[in-house]
Design a protein around this ligand. Sequence first.
Ligand code: PMP
Length: 409
Amino acid sequence: MIDPSCIRADFPILDRQINGRPLVFLDSAASSQKPVQVLDALTRIYRDSYANVHRGAYTLSQESTEAYEEARRKVARFLNAGTDEEIVFTRSATAAMNLFAYGWGLNTLKPGDRVMTSVMEHHANIVPWHIVARHTGAELVYLDLTDDFRIDLDSLGDRLDERVKIVALSGMSNVLGTMPPIGAIASVAHEVGAVVLVDGAQLVPHSPVDVRTLGADFLAFSGHKMLGPTGIGVLWGRRELLEEMEPAEGGGEMIRDVRLFESTWAPVPHKFEAGTPPFVEAIALGAAVDYLSELGMGNVLEHDRRLTAYALKRLAEIPDLSIQGPSDITDRGGTISFHIPGIHAHDIATILDEQGVAVRAGHHCAKPLMRHLGLTATARASFYVYNVEQEVDALVEALAEARRLFGLS
Ligand code: PMP
């Protein structure tokens, strides 16, 4: 079980006051805060052991190369990957999904082929497919949502056939918190021969993920939402598929040989890591993975669920407030989007900030979902390992204040 009161001491930023009030940080779905262990890893490498990786015969370069490859091994263990070669470091989840879209999609799709995704996706799992569709003549097909904000499995049955070559689906919605049954969806997708990508940007920070049982063929996520720094992401792929996949970027470090008119590629994962990789960020992500592993991802999920259940109960006390997301906590994460008729989400976020409460407001990079919900914006509170029930109470009090200011109570 997680004891956030101990954990909070590791996060110096949580001591801040905002507008004269203690910071209540409820925006970890956008980016999490960082513990001293990660901050120390960043400064340690820059201060004591910094040199470019994979290039030098000298000690410092060997040290940073070893630390970079050790970070790859840590991420592989964290995901229970078959080998550390299945871990490709990228700049972000967005870059990881773009790598898959261009490396796999651009090179395999033909006119009439289909990419299946869902209405609740983040733009990072929609826009690359628009680009791929434009280049290949493939089409997009969308899974619908049910009235209780889940993936409509009837629409999967109706639309999944051999034309679908790729199924690209979020493991946890950054707006609704919905966690679709990835294993079940992947197994029917595999029956028609589709390759399955999971957008794990929200899933991996908040839930145990074992890539050997997840059912997916590829998984993308970012370091900065799981206590790590910005500028680092991961694409995990099944070894044999990574071998088949073409690189999407060319440059230094990703080659076996370069001649005037042709080049050959380095083995996986290096053929996907052109140029100087974000190795300092990867090493610090390794420290974040150590931190989360020590807590235990099962405990992280349980903590999020307990806080989410408490928040859903408390938010239900606010008249007119509607939650955009499943009410049952068993298949949802700790991201709660809500709407109060008569107060724009941006006004909610501004008034909450005056009370020290940080929430996000807007379309959350999910415009098709917002249109589907009939809204232009929601306010969103999201939790992580350092949040406590008193912060949910502060959110509820600040929302009551917002309603008073707008003459709603
Ligand atoms: N997918 C989801 C579900 C997300 O929540 C996010 C980040 N908001 C992304 C993809 C993109 O992540 P990043 O901005 O770190 O590339």
